[in-house]
Design a protein around this ligand. Structure first.
Ligand code: NAD
Length: 289
């Protein structure tokens, strides 16, 4: 396929490299970053989009996605697919898809989980929203960039799935960290805490696969001085998107709201910026009630 790739940052660069390595003709554009080997450099986003069968965007937020979409949609050929893999608000995802469809294009929103490591290894998980036809068009690309793609329904549903998942993750990580800090103060060994909870009803991905206590459970960022991993500020971004979405449909999310407040405090007022999101545990350790 001829692919335009816009947004060659930490995630976009390895994803574009994997597509080029699989034999696709990739034309890339980024405001700042240079194109990696194997990806030809376009002078503008519109140039990268011209004649492409699929245009992939991997951008920081919904406002930037909307402005890039205004540039590229008129340049894309009829029948081509706009595939946005950024994490953005549901409304922006739906608005961009509507504009693309009105211009005779197909549209898929497919945010990812798996982080920079997953992007480099081609093992991302995609959560996709869009028509069956649009999903089928880009499914072969998901196979190259990832290990799993779930079609979650119409446009915007990929973003909805992503923020619901990460709202659960944020709240669960906080609950796991505060429980470890409580266990410490009650004189319970961390290994005993892990052995019980990881095989009892308190188990979760945060405890079992990504344990926030150093030296306990499988290897995780806590074993590397909380170097991310998944940075606390990216968790805060996703939690804020979850709250924006919840407000837009009047859904009560008290745990998501509290998780957002705690990560905001951690990232903006404390020393959380640049740390893994599991560094909530040393934060609680230092605090009193
Ligand atoms: P990044 O900041 O490294 O990359 C974004 C790139 O977009 C930058 O290189 C920037 O120059 C470029 N850009 C900004 N405005 C542009 C424009 N108008 N035209 C062209 N290029 C433009 O971010 P990232 O870590 O690659 O993340 C990209 C998206 O993926 C975000 O939405 C993020 O939330 C999501 N995501 C990131 C991770 C992660 O672990 N980094 C994991 C899952 C999802």
């Amino acid at each position: 396929m001829k692919i335009g790739f816009i947004g060659l940052g930490n995630m976009g660069t390895p994803m574009a490299v994997n597509l080029a390595a699989a034999g696709h003709e990739v034309s890339g554009f980024d405001l700042i970053t240079d194109c990696p080997d194997g990806v030809s450099k376009a002078d503008t986003a519109a140039q990268a989009a011209t004649d492409a069968d699929v245009v992939i965007t991997m951008l920081p937020n919904g406002a930037i996605l909307r402005s890039v979409a205004c540039e590229i949609i008129p340049a894309m050929k009829a029948g081509a697919t706009l595939l946005d893999c950024s994490t953005v608000d549901v409304q922006s995802a739906r608005a961009v898809a509507d504009d693309a469809i009105a211009a005779d294009l197909l549209a898929v929103d497919a945010p990812v989980s798996g982080g920079i490591g997953g992007a480099a290894a081609g093992t991302l998980t995609f959560m996709a929203g869009g028509s069956d036809e649009a999903f089928a068009n880009v499914n072969p690309l998901f196979d190259i960039m990832g290990q799993k793609a779930v079609h979650c329904g119409p446009s915007g549903n990929g973003q909805a799935a992503k923020i619901c998942n990460n709202m659960i993750l944020g709240a669960t990580m906080i609950a796991t960290c505060e429980a470890f800090a409580l266990a410490d103060k009650l004189g319970l060994e961390r290994q005993s805490m892990f052995d019980v909870v990881s095989t009892s009803s308190g188990y979760s991905w945060s405890m079992n696969a990504y344990c926030p206590a150093p030296g306990i459970g499988p290897q995780s960022p806590s074993d590397n001085d909380y170097q991310p991993g998944f940075a606390a500020e990216l968790m805060l971004k996703d939690l804020r998107l979850s709250q924006q979405a919840a407000e837009s449909v009047d859904a009560p999310t008290p745990m998501g709201e509290r998780a957002t407040e705690l990560y905001k405090q951690f990232v903006e007022d404390e020393d959380g910026l640049g740390s893994d999101f599991s560094a909530m545990l040393p934060r609680f350790e230092k605090m009193s009630r």
